[in-house]
Each structure stands twice: as C-alpha cells, then as structure tokens.
Design a binder for this molecule. Structure first.
Ligand SMILES: *[C@@H]1O[C@H](CO)[C@@H](O)[C@H](O)[C@H]1NC(C)=O
Ligand SMILES: *[C@@H]1O[C@H](CO)[C@@H](O)[C@H](O)[C@H]1NC(C)=O
Ligand SMILES: *[C@@H]1O[C@H](CO)[C@@H](O)[C@H](O)[C@H]1NC(C)=O
Ligand SMILES: *[C@@H]1O[C@H](CO)[C@@H](O)[C@H](O)[C@H]1NC(C)=O
Ligand SMILES: *[C@@H]1O[C@H](CO)[C@@H](O)[C@H](O)[C@H]1NC(C)=O
Length: 335
C-alpha cells in the first residue's frame, strides 16, 4: 500500500512539472537554450554564413539608435597554391584582391574554409601563420579543427590580430600559411577559402551598436560614478566574452563574441533606491528587527535583450538569429 502511495505522488509531481514547463514561456525558452549543439559536428557553408550574418547585421541596424554604427561585412576570396617544404605539407593562401581602407577598424576577421576529407585525424591541431617577409612568418592562430575523415567540412579560424597587424603595416600583400605540424601524411587541402571581415569603415566614428560597445548605457540612471569600495547600489560595467566562459558549446554563438552585460553591486542603506514598494516594506521590517528578515540587496531592476547569431541546435548546417531576453542590465535597484 505504502509503495503505491509514493508511486502515485511521484506520477502526480511529474505531471505537474510537465505542465509548469509547458505553460511557462520563459522556462520553455531556457530549456531550448540548454540544447547546445555538438561543436564537433557544426558545418556551416559560406553561403549560409553570409546570408545569416547579413540578416543579423540588419537586425542590429534596426534595433540600434540612429547615431550608432553597425560594422560592415566584407568577403575576400583566396588565390590558392600548394607546395611542400621541409617534408611538412604547407598550404599557402594569398588574398591578392584584399584592399581595405587603412582607416578601417577591424572588429573581427574570420578565415572560413571548406576542407577536404582528412584521413589522419578527426580533430587535428592546425596552425595559421601570417607571411611577413620572404623567409619570415608569424603564428597568428593555432587550434583544433573538427574535420571529417570521409567528407569535406567547413571550419573557421579567428585571424583578427593578423588582419589588424597587416592593416597597420600597410603595403605588403596579405598571405597566410596553413600547417598541421603533428599530422603524418595527410595534406591540408582547402577546397574553398573566404576571409570574412567585420569592420567599421571609419575609425573616427566612435559610437557603435549596442552588442559591441554599450553606448545605450552611457550615463544610465543608476550607472556607478565613483569607484569607492563602500559604494551604494549601482550598475557597474562588465564586458562578457563568450569564449572566456570556457563552455565549449558556447562557441556555437557566432555573434556577438562579447558584449556589455553589466552587473549590480553596492550597499543598500535604509530608504535607498527601492525597486518596489515591497522592498521599501522589507527594509522597514529589517530596520525594526535585523534577525527577522534580511536587508534588501542590490539587483537588476531593468534588463534588455541581446541579438544573437548562433548555430541552430537542431540543424548543424544552419544559423539562427535570435533575441535572448534579459541579457543586459540597464538599471539596478535595492530589492
Ligand atoms: C600518425 O602518427 C601517430 C603517432 O606517431 C599515430 O598514432 C597515428 O596512427 C598516425 N596516423 C596516420 C594516419 O598515420
Ligand atoms: C563518414 O563516416 C561516418 C562515421 O565515422 C559515417 O557515419 C558517415 O556516414 C560517413 N559518411 C560518408 C559520406 O561516407
Ligand atoms: C559539410 O557541408 C558541405 C556543404 O556545404 C558538404 O558538402 C559536406 O559533405 C558536409 N560535411 C559533413 C561532414 O557533413
Ligand atoms: C602583391 O601581389 C601582386 C599581385 O599578385 C604582385 O604583383 C606583387 O608583386 C605583390 N607584392 C608583394 C610585395 O608581394
Ligand atoms: C508603489 O505603489 C504606488 C501606487 O500603486 C505606485 O505609484 C508607485 O510607483 C509604487 N512604487 C514603487 C517603487 O514601485
């Protein structure tokens, strides 16, 4: 009998929690965000990348205020030729048509390649060198690429620093070398190569669209003004870089790479910046009896969404433009 009773409770609880998930939109959305794609399977073609990146940039332009600048997307194709040197296979890529205004401010440069099948290994470590002279090259990126042993596959490398350095030096042609120094036999053979650059055509325009630099927040009502340790509750600035969060699946977020998230911190003295009438009452009760209820604390009182370009969790060959709610703190209050 007892066993039956508990089984009954368990079933009932299960049904209840399912109902809660189904009726609560926020929960359902969070649930969806937990289904992060397996990054080793992601295979986004250049066409899909350009199409969805353009959609994303349009979305930013629509949601940014009028003075803010959204970067432009520029694509450069490579002229390829391959040769061997010191027994190691090296693939050299040249970008002869790459001409950028020297005033361009580079937000991001990505080398995207359709790599032919790679029988050596599924995840070789690939080095990318920038050619800086007749016999000189500089390592600008090294990371594991998820290739396939029996099919071609798209992969991408962040070469922002290389392109920035090239632009600073100016005159020389931009060329790169791909190498897999730990690989034994297979040749790194790109079938298609494109360099995708997000840049601002004029450095002097400093006001930029929100995900990159949070100009919407400059002089926000509750922004911190001083840096003292005993500060009252206010909004501090905090730039979050998705890469630094060290969650591998987060690399399925294509844009933005980082954004101004902000956070709330500070003292909440009696009667200071109450979020709600309830917090006013709670702080009164706290004043009467410190042990009965805790002091109100500094917390976000106004949040804003963030536009995200990411890999479709149900289809590794597609990108989605999404609006994630409550990603940025605009204001803080005692709550
Ligand atoms: C490459 O070399 C490593 C270590 O020497 C070996 O384990 C691996 O099987 C080799 N792969 C191929 C494809 O020869
Ligand atoms: C490639 O190999 C994987 C397993 O390693 C297999 O699932 C897939 O069907 C193969 N693809 C082709 C095109 O042979
Ligand atoms: C990756 O996508 C390309 C088309 O863009 C396709 O030809 C290739 O077979 C795909 N590779 C895998 C491993 O799915
Ligand atoms: C740059 O590329 C052009 C066209 O390929 C070539 O004529 C020129 O010699 C190159 N310059 C340098 C410095 O390599
Ligand atoms: C408290 O309630 C009044 C009456 O509804 C409202 O006007 C006021 O904005 C509320 N104050 C706060 C801080 O929520």
């Amino acid at each position: 009998m007892g066993g039956h009773f508990w089984a009954h409770i368990a079933t009932w609880t299960f049904l209840c929690s399912v109902r809660v998930v189904r009726t609560d939109q926020d929960l359902e959305q969070d649930f969806d965000l937990n289904i992060l794609p397996d990054v080793t399977k992601v295979n986004i073609s250049q066409d899909e990348y350009v199409r969805m990146m353009t959609t994303y940039l349009h979305r930013l332009r629509d949601s940014a205020d009028h003075d803010a600048v959204v970067p432009d997307l520029k694509i450069f194709d490579a002229e390829q030729n391959t040769w061997r040197r010191r027994k190691k296979c090296i693939t050299r890529l040249k970008f002869p048509k790459m001409r950028l205004n020297p005033n361009t401010d580079i937000e991001q440069a990505e080398l995207r390649m359709l790599m032919s099948e790679f029988p050596d290994a599924e995840a070789p470590v690939i080095q990318i060198y920038q050619i800086i002279g007749l016999r000189r090259r500089r390592l600008i990126e090294e990371r594991q690429a998820y290739l396939s042993t029996n099919a071609s596959k798209w992969c991408e490398f962040d070469i922002t620093n290389g392109v920035r350095a090239w632009l600073l030096n100016g005159d020389r042609n931009f060329s790169l070398e791909l190498q897999c120094s730990q690989c034994n036999t297979s040749v790194l053979q790109p079938l298609q190569v494109a360099l995708s650059i997000l840049g601002y055509s004029d450095k002097r325009r400093v006001r930029r669209a929100s995900p990159y630099h949070d100009n919407n927040q400059q002089g926000g009502r509750t922004d911190c003004t001083t840096n003292s340790a005993k500060q009252r509750c206010c909004r501090h600035s905090l730039t979050v870089s998705f890469k630094d969060l060290k969650v591998p699946q987060i690399s399925s977020i294509i844009q933005p790479k980082s954004y101004e998230a902000g956070f709330c911190k500070g003292r909440c003295p009696y009667n200071y910046n109450h979020a709600t009438n309830h917090s006013r009452i709670q702080s009164l009760v706290h004043k009467l009896d410190r042990k009965a209820v805790p002091r109100v604390c500094c917390a976000p009182s106004k949040l804003a969404p963030l536009d995200i370009l990411r890999v479709d969790p149900y289809d590794f060959t597609k990108l989605n433009v999404e609006k994630w709610d409550n990603m940025r703190v605009l204001e803080c209050a005692c709550s």
